[in-house]
Design a protein around this ligand. Sequence first.
Ligand code: FBP
Length: 248
Amino acid sequence: MHTKVSNLLTNGKTILLAYDHGLEHGPKDFNLKNVDPEHVFNIALEAELNGIIVQPGVAEKYHKGRYADIPLVVKLNGKDSIVEEEPYSPKTCSVSRAIELGAEGVGYTLYLGSGREHEMIKEFSEVVEKAHQQRVPVIAWIYPRGEYVENELNPDLLEYGARIGLELGADMVKMKYHGDKDHLNWMTKCAGRTKLLMAGGEKRGIKDFFRTAREVMNAGASGLAVGRNVWQSEKPFSVAKTLKSIVF
Ligand code: FBP
């Protein structure tokens, strides 16, 4: 492997804390505590998670001081949820700026089945080329969504997405879980040497969340890239601790 992907892993497994929701969903996801990026950086720091995922603006203003050593993944594209058109997530940051900000990994969202997916495939491929020249691993959020997608959790599309991650050079793909562990195991085979991570989704009952995390890990996933189920919790440190015991 040409990239330093191992920096974001512990024995081949990982838990990344996603906190790019301020752009994707707006402040409706936040309360008085977690609206403050410092609160979420604290969770990643104290729970010793494998990394935190943020947009470049948050990285620039908060990944410093006592938080400077938290492994950083900078998202290179993103969109808000105000304009409802065919899903397309424009670039918000270059690979070189992400590296200047201290990124150990970069992330990019690709909406599979969008009428604009060809633009994202092209941009994503350029990101992979530039990032790998600098030995920086790339995580692809691959979410079926748009004109050609009736069901975002359609197994055929999810397995296709996992394979596209491998074909285009992603080091990890972050995908939604549709609830069938045998099929998830097949997805890990489709992804080959690209590691498959589970995205969390909206906050739900904590027991259910832990059960799902266990299920995907037993099915061969390499870890979790989750946000709301951790930092929206009243007890984020204890949630993070349990997730660590499940993943590692
Ligand atoms: P969650 O664990 O909170 O779902 O975070 C994962 C994530 O992919 C974030 O990185 C992103 O902001 C959000 O979900 C996008 O969710 P969607 O596009 O499905 O609304």
